[in-house]
Ligand binder design. Structure first.
Ligand code: SF4
Length: 341
């Protein structure tokens, strides 16, 4: 059965919501560092960081990152390891890698693309990031659709069906684009995301202070708690990772990971990884990365190193080379380094 199409806002709501949100936003907006300017590079960095964690957690990372890489040119010319080290703690290192790759393309092409269609051609730019950067930095009249926007739009329209299907996603995007047409897209997009983050929250939204309450179907029908529907999460995959710790003269052997599906392409301890139907009976520790539950069984390797090529990295510099906390945990298991956690 195909998913039912998204019921858009009423014509009256479409007309009123953008200006009511804009008014509310000008009085209630939080002073966030990426709102102090319309610099596309800085907005882009903030948007990529915000995809994976909360505003409060992002602010110190954002400020440190921009101090180290203040513009496209600095980021494009920085060694990948330095960029990954600055990203350490945020996770999803592939995003940092693609950020640097896209900066290199922008530098090569000579200018920052101003439309979402052009931005989509760069590494790491999906529909959300491309629209966020083009509307917030360049004023392109397109709407953004992230988790906050989905929550607000589905509640406003009282849409009680799965929203993650591609047909409904297209309807949500069309609805957001339409609303962004009628006003300053910077203000509309920031305002609707801000409403989702601070008022129309997943649990216990504060509807009494909501500026668009009179247009909200979910509120009128007392369905706020059940809209939007919870998206079913895919089951985590179980993997057993057996890293080998080859150590000599306070250096450890690292290889570029082409044997495990997690941390792919990153510097990692050599070893083996295999999928499993169930957790092993014995393991040193468990670590979770995105959809992987990783059960770790470290092995002591020889001082001569693993088979094939490797790089001997001073133990004190491992976190610069590979910032993942999984590697740190494996090294600290053998008391080769100390960790604060
Ligand atoms: Fe969200 Fe409540 Fe406002 Fe509806 S009335 S949009 S549920 S905060």
């Amino acid at each position: 059965m195909s998913s039912p199409s998204f019921r858009p806002l009423s014509a009256a709501a479409e007309q009123a919501v953008p200006s009511e949100l804009a008014q509310w936003f000008s009085a209630s907006r939080r002073a966030l560092p990426w709102r102090a300017h319309r610099d596309p590079y800085k907005i882009w960095v903030s948007e990529v960081m915000l995809q994976q964690t909360t505003v409060a957690a992002v602010v110190p990372y954002y400020e440190r990152f921009l101090k180290q890489f203040p513009d496209v040119k600095t980021l494009a010319r920085a060694p990948e390891e330095k960029v990954l080290a600055a990203w350490a703690g945020l996770g999803y290192y592939s995003r940092a890698r693609r950020l640097r790759q896209a900066a290199q393309e922008i530098l090569k092409n000579g200018s920052f693309p101003a439309s979402h269609k052009e931005l989509l051609k760069l590494p790491g730019f999906g529909p959300y990031t491309a629209r966020a950067v083009s509307s917030l930095a360049f004023g392109e009249k397109v709407g953004v659709v992230d988790g906050n926007v989905i929550r607000v739009l589905t509640r406003l329209s009282g849409f009680p069906h799965p929203w993650w299907g591609s047909k409904v996603q297209r309807s949500l995007q069309a609805q957001a684009d339409l609303l962004a047409q009628s006003t300053d897209p910077y203000v509309f997009n920031q305002a609707i995301m801000e409403l989702g983050a601070t008022v129309c929250t997943p649990q216990k939204p504060t509807c009494t202070v909501c500026p668009v309450i009179e247009h909200c179907q979910a509120h009128q029908r007392k369905q706020v708690a059940s809209i939007p529907l919870a998206r079913p999460r895919p089951a985590k995959k179980i993997w057993i990772w057996q890293p080998s710790l080859h150590v000599r003269e306070a250096k450890v052997a690292l290889v570029v990971n082409n044997y495990a599906p997690f941390l792919k392409g990153q510097w990692m301890l050599p070893g083996t990884a295999r999928p499993s139907q169930k957790p092993p009976q014995e393991f040193a520790f468990k670590h979770t990365i995105t959809n992987y539950d990783i059960f770790v069984l470290p092995r002591q390797g020889s001082a001569s190193g693993p088979k094939g090529s490797c790089e001997w990295v001073p133990l004190a510099k491992v976190s610069e080379k590979t910032p993942s906390s999984l590697i740190k945990k494996a090294l600290s298991h053998y008391k080769l380094i100390e960790t604060s956690s």
